[in-house]
Ligand binder design. Sequence first.
Ligand SMILES: CSC[C@@H](O)[C@@H](O)C(=O)COP(=O)(O)O
Length: 367
Amino acid sequence: MKIDGTPYRTIWQDARGIVQVIDQRWLPHELRIVDLQSRADFVVAIRDMWVRGAPLIGAAAAWGVAVAMQEDPSDAGLTETWEVLHETRPTAINLRWALDEMVRVLRAVPPELRAAVAAKRAAEICDEDVEINRQIGLHGLEIIKAIAAKKPGKTVNILTHCNAGWLATVDWGTATSPIYHAHEAGIPVHVFVDETRPRNQGAQLTAWEMNHHGISHALVVDNAGGHLMQHGEVDMVIVGTDRTTARGDVCNKIGTYLKALAAKANGVPFYVALPSPTIDFRVQDGVKEIPIEERNQEEVTLVQGRGKDGTIQLVQISPDGTPARNPAFDVTPCELVTGLLTERGLCPANEAAMAAMFPDLKAAMLR
Ligand SMILES: CSC[C@@H](O)[C@@H](O)C(=O)COP(=O)(O)O
């Protein structure tokens, strides 16, 4: 997408061949671009959320393997790289998907060719992600068009949680792709952006994206969604996912489940934008089986923002000594999901429909 007229992706190889990313820790206040030049750089960037969002975590991991192959292309180096990168974040399955894919491709070539082959495959994974998200957007556009047709001349109001925008992917975003497509098709859309405590990905990233793309939006506190839905102010919810199980349970940023409950109670359709690398056919019951990342307490007790003097600051919002819990994701059971927006089309959130839409992926994953 564009930033002030210039097209960007979230991760790319520059003219020197060095991988660069937008360091998202400083948005919306500063756009910082950094080089990632070693495997250790990638570990830090993923673990400490310089880059985040399930598809981008996968893309970054793929590039991390490529850079690691310049350091040590041996079989042992490849295995160790898989392990070291896999430990960075436990919930988003795209990480494992990308690492498995890189290992599959690289095992088939001799060590001296691995760096070049890995760079090529990492670049392809990025391009594939862009195309997947574009397709999700086109399928989602049809749903937005159908809602718009029922309220001629009126705005379609969409609520989203966290950042499942282009910053969470290589480009387009998953949940935002239908929104960008609708905006470009001239359909009036308005986006309620959940702030998404504790790290405020909505307030800091989704709002920044909407601002830069000129899309009508309003930032709302995480607790506002139910109220807005009760008052008929939300036509649909679209969120992303970090892992979706074989039966369609959706694991996404903490707070997603509450939005799904509110949507169900108020008859608001709840869609999940699902790129196929985010499906984990090995898992059925998301609540019982998906590991939920528990992050640092300080993400809850400290809030980052820009002070009046223009500097980026962390301020403490709780008493000294108050402990915090910080589960970063929750699981929305498939019964609460109206539909899964995939690159192959709209898929009901149940096991038979997912198996029918992705038989090849299911077979490959369970092999
Ligand atoms: C297209 S991204 C889908 C999800 O990855 C997104 O909604 C989300 O939960 C991101 O969490 P984060 O902790 O910021 O990596």
